[in-house]
Design a protein around this ligand. Structure first.
Ligand SMILES: CC(C)[C@H](C(=O)O)[C@@H](O)C(=O)O
Ligand code: SF4
Length: 473
């Protein structure tokens, strides 16, 4: 009898070129990569020095996303000289190595993790590795996907393979209907709070359970993106009919007979019923409430009805110290209700939460309301296509009417690598995924939450419970 296998193991087995040791080290075939201007330059320099070519230029796409401006009328000039050099070298590499590039003025440009699914470049059963940790996003489409470092990018480009150590497997099952107004962002933040910022280190996480399958593919991308913040080095979900419908007809999706046979094989992609996972986590969706981070690590989070915790109640000494330091950086007193913390900025964007349905959800909260006077609110669509669609649907107008700045796409204020940078002491309600010290600018304070929660905070001028803005809540 065959040993039952997890979906992760099935996909990795199907891509194993050679076993390199008896502890899970393998030579792994990788189907595709996406390159950005920030992590790829050294890889190309390495190839140039060694006089190597890219093995299969068609299996890569280059997208500018981290360093570019998101100004409404942007040009192809980058905000600073460093970014300009990166983008110019990026274009030179695209030309010299024959790889397709979506540059900053291309109407298909955007954050790589939004663009690749949008183009139909990622499909179930694939292995996708790319120079950005949030590559795990593609797990939502049934691919095993993970971030790699610069030397691995070079190895991949030259050979289409990686020296890869198999991960342990963790299944996160979320079941039952969520309470009204709860998003997949709240669910993944709750998972991270429970298992900790290193809880998934060394694991590939498979998301399972009816809750996420009842949600859209975009909502599933949010959980697969953000599980990186628990240390996961890979994410995957068995594809269902929604995934197939999502991919059908996209520019790079197969067509005709190829499509039919692909779909047939995708139906087989699931973990065996009795497959054993190294770790299991079960969450009842009804227990999840809107989540907000109060600290400087994504697991320093609380529900909207909680208060900022008292570090002295923390038994673990290391965690107590980390909590104290975080509260100092965040300028927060223990016992302060989360739903009273004033903000100076509101940011909706990032690969975690900048897809069309995130914008629709936030716009619904904003409908007929205004951003509080002392708040600067910014919305940055995940791609130029998302931006165009939001304009067609009238969503952009709702943001503008409420007092949000309507921007061009890019990573923007998710990280201080372009001109969207906060000042020391600024406090931002943010739909992003990282709240590290200085992430949005030196001395700036980040509170992670769902896009709808950011919209609600923007309106009230302080962090607040979005459920009171929701009809039916
Ligand atoms: C710049 C890049 C290396 C980085 C990542 O890998 O995640 C960035 O996208 C981030 O979100 O911090
Ligand atoms: S949006 Fe943020 S998390 Fe996503 S790739 Fe860009 S910088 Fe990284």
């Amino acid at each position: 009898m065959k040993t039952p296998r997890t979906l992760y193991d099935k996909i990795i087995d199907a891509h194993t070129v050679r076993t390199l040791d008896d502890k899970g080290l393998i030579l792994l075939y990788v189907d595709r990569t996406i390159l950005n201007e920030y992590t790829s330059p050294q890889a190309f320099t390495g190839l140039r020095k060694a006089g190597r070519k890219v093995w299969n230029p068609k299996a890569a796409l280059m997208v500018v996303d981290h360093v570019n401006s998101t100004a409404a009328h942007r040009t192809d000039r980058m905000p600073d000289a460093g970014g300009q050099r990166q983008v110019e070298y990026f274009a030179e590499n695209a030309r010299d190595f024959g790889i397709e590039l979506f540059d900053i003025l291309d109407k298909r440009q955007g954050i790589e993790h939004v663009v690749a699914p949008e183009q139909g470049l990622v499909m179930p059963g694939m292995v996708v590795a790319a120079g950005d940790s949030h590559t795990t996003t593609y797990g939502a489409l049934g691919a095993v996907a993970f971030g790699i470092g610069t030397s691995d990018i070079e190895h991949y480009l030259a050979t289409q393979t990686l020296v890869y150590r198999r991960l342990k497997t963790m299944r996160v099952s979320v079941t039952g209907p969520p309470a009204v107004g709860i998003t997949s962002k709240d669910i993944v933040m709750e998972v991270i709070r429970r298992i900790g910022a290193d809880g998934a280190t060394g694991y590939a996480v498979e998301f399972a359970g009816d809750t996420l399958y009842a949600m859209s593919v975009e909502a599933r991308m949010t959980v697969c993106t953000m599980i990186v913040e628990a240390g996961a080095r890979g994410a995957v979900m068995a594809p269902d009919e929604k995934v197939i419908a999502y991919i059908r007809g996209r520019p790079r999706a197969p067509r005709g007979a190829m499509w039919e046979s692909a779909v047939e094989s995708w139906h087989l992609l699931k973990s065996d019923a009795d497959a054993r996972f190294d770790r299991e986590l079960k969450i009842d969706a009804a227990d999840v409430a809107p989540m907000v981070t109060w600290g400087t690590s994504p697991d320093q989070a609380a529900t909207i009805t909680d208060v900022v915790p008292h570090p002295e109640t923390q038994v673990d000494v290391t965690r107590r110290k980390a909590d104290l330091r975080a509260l100092e950086y965040m300028g927060l007193m223990p016992g302060t209700p989360i739903a009273s913390i004033p903000i100076s900025h509101a940011f909706i964007g990032s690969c975690t939460n900048s897809r069309i349905e995130d914008l629709r959800d936030a716009a619904q909260v904003l409908d007929g309301r205004k951003v509080a006077q002392n708040v600067r609110a910014i919305v940055v669509p995940g791609s130029t296509q998302v931006r165009t669609q939001a304009e067609t649907e009238g969503i952009s107008q709702k943001f503008i009417d409420a007092g949000f700045e309507w921007r061009q796409s890019g990573c923007s204020m998710c990280l201080a690598m372009n001109d969207d940078v906060l000042k020391p002491g600024d406090r931002c309600a943010s739909s992003t995924n990282r709240n590290f010290e200085g992430r949005q600018g030196a001395g700036a304070r980040t509170h992670l939450m769902s896009p709808a929660m950011v919209a609600a905070a923007a309106v009230e001028g302080h962090i607040t419970d979005v459920r009171k803005f929701r009809s039916g809540a």
